[in-house]
Design a protein around this ligand. Structure first.
Ligand SMILES: [Zn+2]
Ligand SMILES: [Zn+2]
Length: 221
């Protein structure tokens, strides 16, 4: 498959992903968070035909360039409806960081658990993985054993849910139920930092290990 990662935004270095099918050259752009020029240049370099914009969650660093990318390519956007409130408050998120509010765009389609979007022979399965935000999703490509995880899981770390709608217990539960059950060789592409695998995180991620112990102590208390 085609999978280009474009780190965007000097402050956040968010990994925007361009996912595509090599045969049909059809592609989706996941999380265009900033620097639309960089993303569009990569689209041109790859020679892909973009079918739409997919959003893992509505934090500023993941949605800041949705409007520019949609307009430049004439495509529509998909997001979980549980992120609508957060999306409506992106200007406020920017204000908290002392940044200008980005121009916002309409979201035409919903992402839901079990939904499948197709790119040629590739399937993108939506997994609801709430916790980092109220309705974050991860995108699983079974043919490639690959997950684009947004901020649900980072290599050897997690992205603490600091904004309203996030919840640490929910986040850990989502990772355990939805991601750690995938084959251990499944590659995880986080929203920030380098990629990892399900097996490595199950073994080495300190948040998952510690939390596991705390959770089981509570269960038996
Ligand atoms: Zn986030
Ligand atoms: Zn992020």
């Amino acid at each position: 498959m085609i999978h280009a990662i474009v780190p965007v935004g000097s402050l956040f270095q968010q990994n925007c992903s361009i996912l595509g099918d090599e045969e049909t050259r059809e592609a989706f752009i996941v999380d265009p968070g900033a620097e639309p020029g960089l993303i569009l240049a990569k689209v041109e370099e790859l020679g892909v035909k973009v079918k739409g914009v997919l959003i893992t969650h509505a934090h500023l660093d993941h949605v800041g360039a949705v409007a520019e990318v949609k307009e430049a390519l004439g495509v529509e956007a998909w997001m979980h409806p549980g992120e609508a409130e957060l999306y409506a408050g992106v200007g406020r998120q920017a204000g908290l960081l002392g940044l200008p509010a980005p121009r916002m765009a309409a979201i035409e389609h919903e992402l839901r658990e079990g939904m499948v979007l197709k790119l040629g022979k590739l399937r993108l399965e939506m997994l609801e993985t709430p916790g980092h935000s109220s309705a974050s999703v991860s995108m699983f490509i079974p043919e490639e054993k690959r997950v684009v995880a947004g901020d649900t899981l980072l290599r050897r770390s997690i992205a603490r849910p600091v904004l309203p709608g996030g919840n640490l217990e929910t986040l850990i539960r989502s990772i355990r139920r939805k991601l750690l059950g995938l084959p251990p060789e499944t590659e995880i592409y986080p929203g920030h930092g380098p990629e990892t695998t399900v097996g490595e995180e199950a073994k080495w991620n300190p948040f998952l290990c510690q939390h596991g112990i705390v959770a089981s102590e509570r269960t038996f208390a």
